[in-house]
Each structure stands twice: as C-alpha cells, then as structure tokens.
Design a protein around this ligand. Structure first.
Ligand SMILES: Cc1ncc(COP(=O)(O)O)c(C=O)c1O
Ligand SMILES: N[C@@H](CCSC[C@H](N)C(=O)O)C(=O)O
Length: 457
C-alpha cells in the first residue's frame, strides 16, 4: 500500500478507511462515489481512520468511557511556583481540550492540533503570524467570512492581499515573491466547488520563498477525506462547526501543523488572546468526531445521488463526485471523497429564490456538514458580506444555490427537491419527466476554465 495521495485503480470501490475495503453501494443500494487512496497508518495511529475516530486512550482515574468535562477555570497548585503540574488555568490549557487536541492531531496526520472557539477564530490566530508589509495570496472564490477578515487586514493591518484564481498554479507562480508570507487555499472552494492543486502550489511557493506558509482551509472535506499536511501544506485549519461536530450544536475551529515552532507561535496567540475552545465545547466536539466517518459516508452517498439527479435533469451542477467536474482528476488525486456540498445554477435569480423557499425538508440555513440537509443562496446568505461588484468581478453567479446534504433518506430529499423545482417553475415538464429551463450548459464550457484576473485588496 503506498503513501501516495494519487489513487490507483486498485483503490476504487473503497471508502476512506485506509485500505479497509467497503462495499461500492450504500445501505440504500446507491452507488458510492469513486474512492479513496488508502494510506499507511501513521503519526501514532495504530488502526484505520474509521477505528481511530472512535478509539481514544484516557488516563482518567475512574476509567470513564466518555472523556470527562473538566469544567474548571483554575487548578489548585502544589506550591507557590506551580511545581511541574500540567494545568494552572483553562485559558492556557484544560484536560478535556488537550484530549481533543491529541485526538485531532492523530486524525489530521499532524504533530500538533489546537482548538479554538470558531473557524474564523482559527484563521484569525493564523493571520497573527503576519506583519505589516507582508503579502497574502489567496483565491477569488472563498468563504465570505474569510474574505471579510482578509479585507480588514488589508485595510487596517498593512497586509497586501492578492485574490487570484488559485485553480491555476501558474497564476500563483506569477504573484509569489520574497514578501509572500501566507498562501491561503480552499479546495474545494465555497461555494463554487473549484479545486486547487495543493502539491503544485506548495512546491511553487516554497521554491520561491521557503519561509512562506501554505495554509489550507479543509472545512469542505474534513480529515476524513483530505489531509493537506500530507500534500505539502504547512498549516491546515477547519471550521469544527461543520463536519467535525456534525450536529450544528457548537462553534469550533481547529488548526493543525507538523512544524512545532509554528505550533508554538499559534499556541502563544491562543493563550494570549484567550480564544481556546471551552471544556464543554471540547467535549461536544470530541463526541461529534467519533461519528465523522459514518456521517460522512452517508452524507457523501446522498450528495452523489442529488448531484446525479440534478445533472440528469439538465442543471449545471458543481460537485467533484461528478465526472463532468472540470477538475475531477485533480480532486481525486488529493482527496478520498467528494464531500456533501454541491451547488447548481438555474439561470434566474428569482427562480432560485423560489426553489429555496419552496423546499420543506431542506432547511434554509447557512453552514454545512450537519446531519440534516440545508439549502441556501450564497450571494444572499453566507457570502453576502462580499459586495456585489466584487462578486461580479469574481464570476460568482447570483442565482447559485448551494445544497449541503445530510443523512436523511435520499429519496425523500430527491422528492422534496423535485417538488420545489416544479413549484418554482424551474423546469419544463415533458412527457418523460422534467428538464431544467436553459438546459444544455455544462461546467466545462464556461468561464471556470479560464484564469481570472488578479485583484488586490
Ligand atoms: C470554508 C469555511 N471556512 C471557515 C469558516 C468559518 O467557520 P466558523 O463559522 O466556525 O467560524 C466557514 C463557515 O463559517 C467556512 O465555510
Ligand atoms: N452571518 C454569517 C454567515 C455565516 S456563513 C456560515 C458558513 N461558513 C457557510 O458557508 O454557510 C457571517 O456573516 O459570517
């Protein structure tokens, strides 16, 4: 079994179980998406990832099966100098949080993981590595909150931010220089589901500037499906609010690194600023992570079903589980699954609004990665903080609908979506069923194939 991220044909038909073959169909009999490249257990792992998710070693005095919540702000010390005890104050460290961090480091193939109060908190901690005059290179399709924080840093923090089309490594090559301190990638991007070549970009960046940090936001896939540190990234971070926790009952952010010096600098900021995850939320996240594998398996199979359903009815669907995705091969060279977020267009913003508002089972909500399915219009919701002019410059379709697929029965999801499409007037009814209005356009035919222009700010 190779350690290479590139899947070989023998890995097809397996889920992200590091070499453990699973069936090619889910429990509902639907075909699972193409499969993961197994990798050798490492970084302290004894077992396959599915097993490691649930397997935690605890040194609890009562051998509690569930790691206890140490709901204490401070800890009694044995002497005035504190002695050699591990904990003095929860902002600096807490046993429940430490347990979660060690568990996540194992799962993320990292030497160290740190947990903070939200995904944006994680990015904030990472950007505190920057100094005025530093340059950041990032994508032109990014989560709205990420764009907002970077805009703030460029306006008030003396940081130069280049938004470029990071789906083309040569555009990174053209911009990277000795002032580049951070290259920030999402792959797949939220919400246009574009793919960035992490190994190619990391090589380009480190060749030009070995001190530049390549950070990957892995929120859209989770460590179950992609390990950016194994692909050349220096930092991986995620919103734990999404797949890792899986139930929309907490906010959290995770940062993982292999370089201990970077880890220490990140920990300094977390302790100094006080954004470490609370003991209770650490416990909740630990609980959520245990079911990440089974949730992801089901969510992914459902997402594939929905993506195929929409595409077969003529909609332009963005999902890396579909062969029509223009970067399908690149995605599968890095990832072990397609995730459960997809987007599609209708060609008419009012039709899209009507679809979203006609759905019943699909809740109108931001966020994703949860057990229940969500529907949203990114330009009006998750990405509304990006102004309309910038959205236009970055080719973000106003009518785009994002679907975040949960673990429900897939036929209920299809039925509800079909009803919403018909009710919204998004389809032509034909003797054979229905077809999207304005059908016929495929992803490969549009602007996604061309590098977009560079913009700063
Ligand atoms: C891709 C991505 N990264 C980061 C975040 C920020 O995470 P949080 O909401 O936990 O702050 C989000 C969503 O909020 C996201 O979609
Ligand atoms: N009002 C919030 C919107 C959060 S969007 C959450 C998530 N990342 C998503 O993509 O749905 C804000 O302005 O940050």
């Amino acid at each position: 079994m190779s350690d290479s991220p590139v899947p070989d044909s023998s890995s097809k038909g397996k889920f992200a179980g590091e070499g453990k073959a699973l069936t090619t169909q889910d429990l509902d009999g639907h075909n699972l998406p193409p499969s993961p490249a197994p990798s050798t257990p490492r970084n302290g792992r004894k077992y396959a990832l599915m097993t490691e998710l649930v397997y935690t070693e605890s040194n609890d005095q009562y051998n509690a099966s569930s790691v206890p919540i140490y709901q204490s702000a401070t800890f009694k010390q044995s002497s005035a100098t504190g002695g050699d005890q591990e904990y003095d104050y929860t902002r600096s460290g807490n046993p429940t949080r430490t347990h979660l961090e060690r568990h996540l480091a194992k799962i993320m193939n990292a030497n160290r993981a740190l947990v903070v109060s939200s995904g944006m908190g994680a990015l904030d901690v990472i950007t505190r590595l920057l100094r005025p005059g530093d340059e950041v290179i990032t994508g032109d399709d990014l989560y709205g909150g990420t764009n907002r924080l970077l805009k703030y840093l460029s306006t008030h923090g003396g940081i130069v931010v280049h938004h470029i089309d990071t789906t083309h490594p040569e555009t990174v090559q053209a911009v990277v220089n000795s002032k580049t301190a951070l290259v920030l990638l999402e792959t797949p991007t939220n919400p246009l589901i574009k793919i960035c070549d992490i190994p190619a970009i990391a090589t380009i960046v480190h060749n030009v500037n070995p001190t530049a940090i390549v950070a990957v936001d892995n929120t859209m896939l989770s460590p179950m499906l992609q390990n950016p540190l194994d692909l050349g990234a220096d930092i991986v971070y995620e919103s734990g609010t999404k797949y890792l926790s899986g139930h929309h009952d907490l906010m959290a952010g995770v940062i993982a690194v292999n370089d201990n010096a970077i880890g220490e600098r990140l920990f300094f900021t977390i302790n100094a600023s006080g954004c470490g995850l609370s003991p209770f939320d650490s416990w909740l996240l630990l609980r959520g992570v245990k079911t990440l594998g089974v949730r992801m398996e089901k969510q992914q199979a459902n997402a594939q079903r929905i993506a195929e359903f929409l595409e077969s009815h003529g909609f332009k669907v963005r999902y890396p589980g579909l062969k029509s995705h223009p970067q399908y091969d690149l995605h599968w060279s890095m990832a072990r699954g397609a995730g459960a977020v997809l987007s599609f267009e209708t060609g008419d913003v009012h039709v899209s609004e009507r679809i979203v508002e006609s759905a019943r089972l699909w809740a109108i909500s931001v966020s994703f990665g949860c057990v229940n399915s969500l529907i949203s219009m990114p330009c009006r919701m998750s990405h509304a903080s990006i102004d309309e002019k910038t959205r236009r410059e970055r080719n973000m379709p106003e009518d785009i609908i994002r679907l975040c697929v949960g673990i429900e029965d897939p036929e209920d999801l299809v039925d509800d979506l079909s009803r919403a499409l018909v009710q919204a007037g998004a389809v032509n009814i034909t003797p054979d069923g229905f077809r999207a209005l304005g059908a016929g356009q495929t992803l490969g035919e549009d602007e996604d194939q061309k590098p977009a222009s560079t913009s700063s700010g």
